[in-house]
Design a protein around this ligand. Structure first.
Ligand code: FES
Ligand SMILES: [Fe+2]
Length: 353
């Protein structure tokens, strides 16, 4: 990161954080990401008995759904001669290579090598998988250490989910993520005359939340208009995992809308992402119909916010040269990220620090 000029506003904490920005080794790094759950493909795109090739954070993977419905992710290349295992065939919970028909079980152990009459003692690397919110997620380490990213308010609920836009952005996922806690830009980009002040909280699940704690903006006509809906502070809350997945919760006191932006780093240090719209399940046919309406409104809200920023993400060359106190949440976000286990693009090996 380029040298940072200290702003004249000085407090010990602030300056301490600025100092740590200079040493950032993960934030906005084109070859590093935090160990965690990352979205692979939508659940509906992988039927029982199907296998598909995916590239996830630089790693080539064969992802398949066993005949009983469970999803498995394994390193793509067969340990015999390197055939791509997504050319193969699902059998039970295992996968058979197309080339010489060696079969690997759910744990990646070779259990059949037809031409030899007995299995060869080799394995393929397997990765933990799970399904939630209509997506298949892969954990980028040996054993999952946290739950799948969730919307805090909906942690215990089953949800109705709509998969909205799949998108690409011309900058790093971390840079896309901080937009939502960039207090300045709500006025300048989104024309929202609200005063947003965030309070951060670290969650035990390796996530961090930023919640607006102001009622603010009472002299603007817009806030006067919506004020009857907000007896409390204006609800606007972000929850972040790995600097790459962010959930937004917003709305009046009596109804909250929820959006998840699930991002991944691409080969060129840019972003590919998937938007998920969520609401808690409601019973019966009317509940189902009501939820379609809620998700449609959520989609409109999400588009409103996404639209203003699109142009910024297209051309930005992120360089945090002059942080100010109004950027405090962004600095806290970077601090949070820097304290986590980082892996290297493609190898998924831990970065030595
Ligand atoms: S390359 Fe897979 S069995 Fe030979
Ligand atoms: Fe924005």
């Amino acid at each position: 990161m380029a040298a940072i000029e200290l702003n004249s506003e000085k407090t010990t904490d602030f300056n301490h954080s600025i100092a740590s920005l200079r040493d950032a080794q993960i934030f906005n790094h084109s070859q590093r990401f935090i160990q965690g759950w990352y979205w692979a493909i939508p659940s509906r795109e992988l039927k029982p008995g199907q296998v598909k090739p995916i590239t996830l954070l630089g790693r080539k993977i064969a992802i398949y759904r066993g005949e009983a419905g469970k999803v498995f992710a394994v390193d793509a290349y067969c340990p015999h001669m390197g055939a791509h295992l997504a050319e193969g065939k699902v059998e039970g919970n295992g996968l058979r290579c197309f080339f010489h028909n060696w079969k690997f079980d759910a744990d990646g152990i070779c259990v059949d090598s037809p031409c030899l009459g007995k299995p060869v003692s080799v394995t393929i690397k397997t990765w933990p998988t799970a399904e939630k919110y209509g997506m298949i997620w892969v954990w980028t380490g040996e054993e999952a250490q946290q739950p799948i990213p969730f919307v805090p308010e909906l942690k215990e609920d089953s949800c109705d989910v709509m998969l909205a836009a799949r998108f690409e952005k011309n900058c790093h996922p971390n840079v896309v993520m901080i937009n939502a806690i960039d207090a300045h830009h709500f006025n300048t980009v989104h024309n929202l005359p609200v005063d947003i002040v965030f309070q951060k909280k670290e969650l035990p699940e390796n996530a961090i939340t930023f919640s607006n704690i102001t009622r603010g903006g009472d002299d603007s006509w817009f806030v006067k208009l919506i004020r009857p809906l907000y007896q409390n502070e204006v609800t606007y809350k972000m929850c972040y995992w790995y600097g790459s997945i962010g959930t937004v919760t917003l709305g009046p006191d009596f109804f909250h809308f929820h959006i998840m932006f699930a991002l991944r780093l691409t080969e060129t240090g840019k972003t590919e992402g998937q938007t998920l719209l969520l609401t808690q399940k409601r019973p019966g046919l009317w509940g189902w119909i009501f939820n379609r309406f809620v998700l449609w409104i959520t989609w409109i809200v999400g588009n409103y916010f996404a639209k203003g920023d699109t142009q910024i993400f297209q051309t930005i060359k992120f360089d945090f040269k002059t942080p100010t106190k109004a950027d405090k949440s962004i600095i806290e976000f970077i601090d949070h990220l820097e304290g986590q286990t980082a892996l290297t693009w493609e190898t998924w090996q831990a970065v030595e620090r």
